[in-house]
Unconditional design. Structure first.
Length: 191
């Protein structure tokens, strides 16, 4: 049995070596000619080829090809205060087998506005998944959730939706801010 496997492996190896050697042999020196006829079209490309054969190498998918603007829109991760800057963010894990987490992305990227305890994850009546953010209001103090790093393109119209449940007297506003300093420009939509 052992010898048979070795003989088959050896035969396959010799065949591959012969194919490799013949593929590398010099050709007759004739140039390769390719003709492209732009007037002829082929069959349409299958819509099922979108994103096929792409690996999650580094942040290729999450910060390049991802087609949703918000990260973790269904709140898989709990809303938490932004973690301290990680000097090792994006580096390979200790076993060399991949990043320790998604590069340049915090845990869920949703952070509370107001004290850390002002947003809790409600498991009694989740909108989707295991939990939903529950924002504890406190008078006129701003409370809510935010996500940074969302990129917009000037001149492009964006459509979105928000799903809310709560106190009918609560004042809700969506605030989009460009920039991080005192000169930042913002737009507020009150609901």
């Amino acid at each position: 049995m052992q010898k048979s496997i070795m003989q088959k492996t050896g035969s396959v190896f010799l065949l591959l070596a012969a194919l490799t050697a013949s593929a590398q042999s010099p050709v007759s020196g004739q140039p390769v000619v390719a003709t492209v006829d732009a007037t002829k079209t082929g069959p349409p490309i299958s819509p099922y080829l979108y994103g096929q054969f792409i690996e999650h190498a580094g942040s290729l998918i999450y910060s390049g090809l991802w087609c949703e603007m918000l990260d973790d829109r269904k709140f898989y991760y709990a809303v938490q205060p932004k973690p301290a800057e990680d000097p090792n963010a994006g580096q390979r894990g200790p076993d060399g087998g991949g990043p320790t987490r998604r590069r340049n992305v915090g845990p869920g990227r949703w952070n509370p506005i107001g004290p850390a305890g002002s947003v809790v994850m409600d498991t009694s009546n989740p909108f989707v998944g295991d939990h939903t953010p529950l924002i504890k209001l406190a008078g006129s103090e701003p409370r809510g959730i935010r996500q940074t790093g969302v990129n917009f393109t000037q001149g492009v119209t964006y459509n979105g939706r928000i799903q809310l449940a709560g106190d009918p007297g609560a004042k809700v506003a969506i605030n989009i801010v460009w920039g991080t300093n005192a000169d930042a420009v913002s737009q507020t939509v009150s609901l």
